[in-house]
Write a protein that binds this ligand. Structure first.
Ligand SMILES: [Zn+2]
Length: 283
């Protein structure tokens, strides 16, 4: 491997794979026949050809498999841009023979999830940008369709959900969101339930009312309900009614959203065995 290839492999940053070469493509996918001294259009895509170094790994059990069952056609994955140039990784995956699983799966590829055509790090960047700017802007920036961005977001969220440690639900926020005057939705409000300690929305309902909160409460196990210490909601009475109607939540404190949850919890703790929190805050 030459010095330049070694440098590109380092920038690529994919362990156990190296960059075996590269070429330029037009935006329509046609390969550009360029010499090193010719100008490359700023929107030309850079395609990096990857080769594996060492054995492939079984995606099921993680075993290093030295035998190959079949080499598949080369595929490309969208990666983070280099300067103004979109970058694609090209590789011909192998189906490995796994002696442990007794199967021939497509090898584990460290840069992408199965059945996806973009790298994990590209997904990460697009998902973050889609959360902080209009989807139309992200679509224009990366030449993606809206549905494609939604698929990337869902993939990134699912991966994040799998990798995070579960946060116990102890303080719950119940609130409504006004959808505005526009739109053809029959309901003008949605109900949003969130974990107040992490700030994460954990459940939404397209309607507002006691039934929507009750529907969410029905998804909780007795153990989960026992772990909840406090509910904070606005003054929409049906929200509070749903909580008060559930006997498994009798131990909880319920306060108005404008009150500090800690104040309510302290109040409750000073008089154990009472429902003072609900009595004082929820009327
Ligand atoms: Zn295996």
């Amino acid at each position: 491997m030459g010095q330049l290839q070694r440098f590109v492999s380092q920038v690529l940053g994919v362990q156990r794979f190296k960059c075996a070469g590269w070429f330029w493509c037009r935006v329509d996918g046609v390969m550009l026949l360029t010499r090193s001294d010719l100008f490359v259009p700023p929107d030309a895509a850079l395609v990096l050809r990857l080769e594996r170094v060492g054995p492939g790994y079984c995606p099921g059990c993680g075993l290093a498999c030295r035998k190959t069952h079949e080499t598949l056609e080369p595929r490309q994955w969208r990666d983070l841009s280099w300067g103004t140039h979109p970058v694609f990784l090209q590789y011909a995956p192998r189906r490995v023979k796994c002696p442990r699983c007794k199967s021939t799966p497509v090898e584990w590829l460290p840069w992408a999830d199965p059945h996806r055509r973009e790298t994990v790090r590209f997904q990460q960047v697009v998902a973050l940008e889609a959360a902080s700017m209009p989807v139309s802007h992200v679509a224009a920036k990366y030449s993606l369709i809206w549905d494609g961005i939604q698929g990337i977001e869902l993939q990134a969220l699912a991966r994040w959900e799998r990798s995070r440690t579960e946060v116990p639900l102890r303080m719950v926020g119940i609130d409504e969101k006004y959808l505005g005057r526009r739109g053809a939705w029959p309901e003008r409000y949605v109900t949003i339930i969130s974990n107040l300690e992490t700030g994460e929305p954990i459940w939404t309902s397209p309607v507002r009312g006691e039934a929507s909160v009750q529907q969410w409460l029905d998804t909780l196990s007795p153990e989960q309900k026992a772990g909840i210490k406090l509910f904070a909601s606005d003054m929409h009475a049906p929200f509070q009614a749903a909580v008060k109607a559930d006997p498994e939540l009798a131990h909880t404190v319920c306060c108005a959203a404008h009150q500090k949850p800690t104040t309510c919890a302290q109040e409750k703790s000073t008089r154990p065995g009472t429902r003072i929190g609900i009595a004082m805050c929820c009327g």
